[in-house]
Design a binder for this molecule. Structure first.
Ligand code: ADP
Ligand code: MG
Length: 322
């Protein structure tokens, strides 16, 4: 997770722009206070509506959570638990890992199995061979596609445990992995992957502990002979994926940010048709949006429920009927 290039962040007066997504206040006069700091090789954000002082109280708890998980899950720190497990001859990661991170390993292995290897936590070696900056690490087993989402879930859990009677209206963001805490509604704008300053591709309102994650090839990529390749590889072939510019996934609270993160990577590899089939089969409550890598004729594929919930869509949209 360390060593990722910093993703562009812009703050407007009325709107807060996030990675691949922009959060907009529901009403124009909503007061949103945002705290932002670097961690885990990316940017963490806490956005609070209304009670503007509580962010500074919540932040240490969230930061402690991220640092702890980085110690356990980083593929970049040779002393992390993950790197120590990689160097050991533990036969089963879920058994050997600390109890607090077992669900992260379990979800990664399950996604790998369900997707027949399209999602593959062992692509790190290949990324390293290809020379992508994100691919040099101390472990051949890399949870980079899922660990930030997991960290967001744990942070949300800690906040809920700590603020039992007085839950803030909050949006957590870790490097483009967002989760709603509390009962508020957060409108998030999906960024144009071809023009990050351009109008949003669409807007979706999140509520009730929902999460959203975006995987894109526009911020991190491999360049070989002047050609750009995605930093997401097809885990079945080890080759860079092509054809997709960005995938956005929304998940309900019981799937969590962990699955939004893992699924955005998986669906990036699978593409719209196979991806929609995959969701129907394994994660029917997840919503997904694919933006093909065709800047001259931009269009969108959306799962049925995503198409229903997406507003202000600027490009032609194909609904994947399932
Ligand atoms: P980002 O980290 O840019 O937000 P993702 O969540 O999609 O994007 O994760 C991309 C990272 O996941 C890559 O940098 C790499 O470490 C890892 N990765 C790449 N391809 C795969 C794959 N097929 N399966 C699992 N992990 C992958
Ligand atoms: Mg991911």
């Amino acid at each position: 997770m360390h060593g990722l290039s910093r993703k562009g962040l812009l703050v407007g007066s009325a709107a807060l722009l996030l990675v691949g997504l922009a959060t907009l206040g529901l009403r124009h006069n909503d007061e949103i206070k945002t705290i932002r700091w670097p961690v885990m090789g990316t940017i963490a954000q806490l956005s609070l509506r209304g009670e503007t002082t509580r962010g500074e109280q919540i932040r240490p708890l969230v930061q402690k959570t991220y640092l702890r998980l980085d110690d356990l899950l980083s593929a970049w720190n040779p002393d992390s638990e993950l790197c120590r497990l990689a160097a050991s001859n533990c036969p089963d990661w879920v058994t050997c890992a600390s109890s607090e991170v077992k669900p992260c390993y379990a979800a990664a292995l399950k996604l790998a199995e369900q997707s027949d290897g399209a999602f593959n936590p062992r692509v790190g070696t290949k990324l390293r061979e290809l020379g992508v900056s994100g691919g040099s690490s101390y472990s051949d087993f890399d949870l980079g596609a899922i660990a930030k989402g997991f960290a967001v879930d744990i942070a949300a859990q800690k906040i809920i445990q700590t603020c039992t009677n007085d839950l803030p209206d909050l949006l957590i963001d870790l490097g483009g992995n967002l989760r709603v805490v509390g009962s508020g509604v957060w409108r998030t704008g999906i960024r144009n992957p071809f023009d990050r300053q351009g109008p949003y591709v669409g807007v979706i309102a999140l509520t009730n502990g929902e999460s959203v994650a975006t995987s894109g090839n526009y911020e991190r990529f491999i360049e070989r002979d002047g050609i750009r390749y995605s930093h997401i590889l097809d885990g079945r072939t080890g080759e860079p994926t092509h054809g997709i510019a960005a995938v956005t996934v929304v998940t309900p609270a019981h799937y969590g940010a962990l699955l939004a993160d893992g699924l955005s990577t998986t669906l990036f590899v699978l593409g719209p048709q196979n991806g929609a089939d995959f969701l129907t089969r394994h994660y029917p409550e997840a919503l997904a949006l694919w933006i093909p890598d065709s800047p001259t004729a931009p269009h969108i594929f959306a799962s049925k429920e995503m198409a229903r919930r997406l507003n202000y869509v600027v490009w032609p949209l194909d609904t994947l009927e399932r």
